[in-house]
Design a protein around this ligand. Structure first.
Ligand SMILES: Cc1ncc(C[n+]2csc(CCOP(=O)(O)OP(=O)(O)O)c2C)c(N)n1
Ligand code: SF4
Ligand SMILES: [Mg+2]
Length: 332
């Protein structure tokens, strides 16, 4: 299967602007699903409201387009109702960190089994470019025309601190890393989050002298620092306050909520309880012996009741079905 087969091409043309980074997210996501070989019927997509939240509408999967900020709440319901499903939330910085902030925080704390992909374009793209909780200081938006004065929220660090099992952040300038992190996120238990710093040239870039998608991608390339480098640089006293740190912020194995609630079998415990191979073989031999004995006793009874022909058939150890037929003929 190729990722093109997972796209709802009947819904094209899409509503996203030319150069919008959400296309890079779709590409990485579908390639991750194809490479993992995940069956279509096992995945459900959930989104809120925003440009990024429109993504599931273009994917050939079951999906739920919900109300603003509530995607994680709906996803929780789906997962608890059917723990066999892999639930994926596609959300934006406004949808998840502003109006949906509490759902996000507690889903990470409770380690609720779902994968969240957050398209962080630093603003409310769909409604024309208002400031969001992640807009960096000094950047202009329609509601901060002289530059944002508020300190931004660091989505990846908040998720990691709250208790999520897997958290990664990359920019759209690193599509391969996004794909690999989505693959990890989709295969981990518990709450997993991939934050993607993405370009919104229409509502955000042009207000900040980054008019095109290329300008914005170049900005990400020049201003992101890998986590391990950031640590080294900070130790040397380099000021990274104007840079964005990317990488994996959490990768751990806490039990997810579904397992804590006992809604799935604990495979590790099950393996522990299984007897060793020798013991299993001995049990099997015992069962087979028991069946042979039972068959022998039944045939003895039949021999007593049956005709000389049936007795002969039993002596010759003939097929049981043939003996049964002969016995039925005799009974009639
Ligand atoms: C309850 C409610 N409040 C406000 C809105 C208006 N609204 C729609 S999308 C949106 C922000 C979307 O921002 P984000 O999640 O970052 O998505 P983007 O468009 O940037 O991808 C807002 C405030 C709404 N639809 N519902
Ligand atoms: S407004 Fe921004 S986020 Fe929305 S589709 Fe256009 S470029 Fe993408
Ligand atoms: Mg946004």
């Amino acid at each position: 299967m190729t990722y093109l087969e997972l796209l709802r091409r009947d819904r094209l043309p899409h509503i996203l602007c030319e150069g919008c980074g959400d296309g890079i997210i779709v590409n990485a996501l579908l390639e991750a699903i194809v490479e993992l070989g995940l069956p279509r019927e096992k995945l459900v997509f959930v989104s809120g409201i925003g440009c990024s939240s429109r993504i599931p509408g273009y994917l050939l999967f079951d999906s739920l387009h919900t109300t603003h900020g509530r995607a994680i709440a709906f996803a929780t319901g789906i997962k608890l109702a059917n723990p066999e499903l892999k639930v994926v939330v596609i959300t934006g910085d406004g949808d998840m960190a502003a109006i949906g902030g509490n759902h996000f925080l507690h889903a990470a704390r409770r380690n609720i089994d779902m994968t969240v992909i957050c398209s962080n374009n630093y603003n409310y793209g769909m409604t024309g470019g208002q400031v969001s909780p992640t807009t960096p200081r000094g950047w202009r938006t329609t509601t901060t025309p002289y530059g944002n004065v508020e300190p931004p929220m660091d989505i990846a660090k908040v998720a990691a601190a709250a208790g999520a099992n897997y958290v990664a952040r990359w920019s759209t300038a690193s599509p391969l890393q996004i794909k690999e992190s989505i693959k990890k996120a989709l295969t981990r238990e518990g709450f997993t989050l991939v934050e993607v710093l993405t370009q919104c040239p229409t509502a955000f870039g042009r207000r900040n002298k980054l008019r095109s998608a290329v300008d914005m991608l170049r900005w990400y390339k020049e201003n992101t620092v890998a986590l391990h480098h950031a640590r080294e640089l900070e130790e040397k006293g380099v000021d990274l306050s104007a840079k964005v740190v990317v990488g994996e912020f959490a990768d751990r194995d806490r039990p997810g909520l579904v397992r804590l609630l006992g809604l799935v079998k604990d495979e590790k415990e099950e393996k522990k309880e299984e007897p060793p191979a020798e013991e299993r073989a001995a049990r099997r031999r015992e069962e087979e012996e028991h069946l042979r004995e039972a068959r022998k006793r039944i045939l003895e009874v039949i021999a007593k009741l049956g005709t000389p022909k049936i007795r002969r058939m039993i002596e010759l150890d003939m097929d049981v079905e043939k003996i049964e037929k002969e016995l039925l003929k005799h009974a009639r």
